[in-house]
Design a protein around this ligand. Structure first.
Ligand code: SF4
Length: 381
């Protein structure tokens, strides 16, 4: 592909962006709120944290979290020095908690509290200026690394997040799903990138995908590229990007016990460090076996995971929760502790806590509704 052929595409997009882009995004501005001049660096710490938050979450949801996060951890040193408990508490509700732990670990490596330091960093300047340097940090793939480099330092790195894949797939009416033609899509992103204004161009491309070339019903009449867009010319932009046939998502029922002792304290446990929700707290429970009634599931799980006997009482709430790879139904019962000292047989630790204290522990999103139901039940007597 001849990069010179993309001059008009770049000019049209950048002109549209100057008038219509999302210019108020706080991490794309200096601390005093001003827009950076071309080439002028921005704070890599704020951009890195925002990029990781945006990996699985929409901008509108991320904004208040990012502001609270930056108020608590204004720089990489503050994040590196924080406890994991405080980091997870601030992340609570954003989901995909591994992202918070990776940011924390990354900060500790950038300031030298853990090794190895990412390649290309020095004591005076912890911030990498290369893809390899950023990709050496936990949870940073090529597109996130490129986005940080172009946003923070205005370096000419192409990006390929979901928005950009969709716009390019439509622009070219690409016949394959982007995931199956990644190297071609990287070449496209590199070919259209404006080497003289990479920060502005990449941001414009993301803003176009987020606000105009949206997944459903793209606003082609408002699009600066509609004159050059192959999917628009074909009359059916919604057909692109081409998709693979969807896989069916497994479904599981989980029996959960909110176990209380004679003083009304509640038993919670902290998950093992690995996995999607590692390190978070939860109410104990586990998968329902075929043919098993939920009270039996809960009693079995309490025995296997905590070495305690409980009496299962009435249902407190049922919560449905969908992850990208599975759907879960949590059937939650109140339980009375009968015997056995709780042991962390399948967790890091177990703890009896007052119901009012539950808000001070980081829980996965599905548990927030359980806590609310429990507190309502207690208030109702
Ligand atoms: S013309 Fe429509 S489909 Fe093509 S890039 Fe613009 S918004 Fe997307």
């Amino acid at each position: 592909m001849d990069p010179g052929a993309h001059g008009p595409l770049r000019e049209d997009l950048l002109r549209w962006w100057e008038a219509n882009g999302r210019h108020a995004i706080p991490w794309k501005r200096h601390g005093d709120g001003s827009r950076p001049g071309s080439g002028e660096p921005l704070d890599p710490f704020g951009i890195w944290c925002a990029e990781v938050m945006l990996q699985q979450t929409q901008l509108a949801v991320v904004l208040p979290y990012w502001r609270r996060w930056m108020a608590a951890f204004p720089d990489v040193e503050a994040l590196a020095a924080a406890s994991e408990h405080d980091v997870l508490m601030l992340w609570q509700g954003l989901g995909y908690y591994a992202r918070a732990r990776r940011l924390h670990r990354g900060a500790r490596r950038l300031v030298g509290l853990e090794s190895p330091a990412p390649p290309g960093t020095t004591t005076g300047d912890p911030w990498p200026r290369t893809l390899e340097g950023w990709m050496a940090l936990p949870g940073i793939g090529r597109s996130t690394a490129a986005s940080i480099l172009s946003s923070a330092f205005d370096l000419p790195q192409p990006i390929l997040d979901g928005n950009v894949q969709r716009v390019l797939a439509r622009l070219m009416a690409h016949p394959a799903p982007p995931k199956r033609a990644l190297s071609h899509f990287w070449q496209l992103s590199e070919a259209v990138l404006d080497p003289l204004r990479p920060r502005a161009f990449n941001q414009a491309l993301m803003d176009l995908g987020a606000g105009v070339c949206t997944p459903r019903q793209p606003a082609c009449n408002a699009c600066p590229w509609h004159g050059q867009c192959a999917a628009y010319a074909a009359g059916d932009p919604g057909r692109f990007p081409v998709k693979d046939t969807p896989r069916s998502v497994p479904f599981q029922v989980i029996g959960v016990g909110v176990v209380r002792d004679a003083e009304g304290r509640v038993l919670i446990d902290q998950r093992l460090q690995e996995g999607l929700l590692g390190g978070l707290w939860e109410f104990p429970g586990g998968k329902q076996e075929p043919g098993e009634a939920i009270p039996a599931t809960i009693q079995r799980e309490m025995r296997e995971e905590l070495a305690i006997e409980v009496e299962v009482e009435e249902e407190l709430i049922t919560v449905e929760h969908a992850y990208s790879h599975k759907r879960l139904r949590f059937v939650v019962h109140l339980c009375r502790w009968r015997s056995g000292e709780p042991q962390p047989l399948a967790s890091q630790q177990v703890r009896w806590v007052e119901p009012a204290e539950l808000d001070t522990y980081p829980f996965p999103a599905a548990n927030a509704r359980i806590i609310a139901a429990l507190q309502k039940r207690i208030a109702a007597g």
